[in-house]
Design a protein around this ligand. Structure first.
Ligand code: 13P
Length: 249
């Protein structure tokens, strides 16, 4: 039985002082022992957020990292730095990074491996454009992303990671995938993992849906058998996130 995991992706929002205030505002609203709760926050907010969340049920994630150990990579942050700061999860390959920062699957594969080596849990994102969906190549595209991003990653590590299916056309648009569409692709991702690895690995890996998740649609999405929670953008920055986390209450 997989434990649901509900993560907020704050994106480029919240100054450090706003971040601490949001943690305080949400503190009592996001208590739910049935699920893992994670805030993925901007790098500069990590230290204050780790401190603000001490003694709560909420874990901290980063939104990105670099794959090199250390050295002359101005502006980058390493897996070891995140780990040392108290981070447990790291989003890798969000569509905004793939698109605006031209991150490709070869780079993301290196990031996934480095995160795992450092003891971080990757939240690996995948998803299709509207054009790809209309062309009927959604699953081909996502299988390609998964296979490339996980190349050379051991089954035991895949079993522990989190995959987020985020259709690009549903991100920040208010246009959620239908529950059936989301379940179809999340199930397809699980089948892909079973094919590359084995059934036990596929049964263990947690697969989130992301894209306009809100307090009104979370319960229906999370009730699906292959949807193990959500990666939430806009709605993670307000009290509504508490309703999403407590979707089963
Ligand atoms: P929204 O929930 O704002 O659509 O963002 C989804 C997302 O990109 C989470 O990573």
């Amino acid at each position: 039985m997989r434990k649901k995991i509900i993560a907020g992706n704050w994106k480029m929002n919240m100054t450090p002082s706003q971040a601490v205030a949001l943690c305080a505002e949400l503190k009592d609203l996001v208590k739910n022992d049935d699920v893992d709760v994670v805030y993925c926050v901007p790098a500069i907010d990590i230290v204050p957020v780790v401190n603000a969340l001490k003694g709560t049920n909420v874990k901290v994630g980063a939104e990105n990292m670099y794959f090199e150990e250390k050295g002359a990579y101005t502006g980058e942050i390493s897996a070891a730095m995140l780990k040392d700061a108290g981070v447990e999860y790291v989003i890798i390959g969000h569509s905004e990074r793939r698109d605006y920062f031209k991150e490709d699957d070869a780079l993301l594969n290196k990031k996934v491996k480095k995160a795992i080596e450092a003891g971080l849990t990757p939240i690996l994102c995948c998803g299709e454009t509207l054009e790809q969906r209309e062309m009927g190549i959604t699953m081909d595209w996502i299988r390609m992303q998964i296979k490339s991003d996980l190349a050379g990653v051991a089954a035991a590590d895949v079993a522990k990671l989190v995959i987020a299916y985020e259709p690009i056309w549903a991100i920040g648009t208010g246009k959620t995938a239908t529950t059936a569409q989301a379940e179809e692709v999340c199930g397809g991702i699980r089948a892909c993992i079973a094919e590359i690895y084995d059934k036990a690995t596929a049964d263990a890996v947690r697969i989130q849906y992301g894209g306009s998740v809100n307090a009104g649609n979370a319960a229906e999405l999370f009730a699906e058998k292959d949807i193990d929670g959500g990666l939430v953008g806009g709605a993670s920055l307000k009290a509504d996130f508490g309703k999403i986390v407590c979707y089963n209450k």
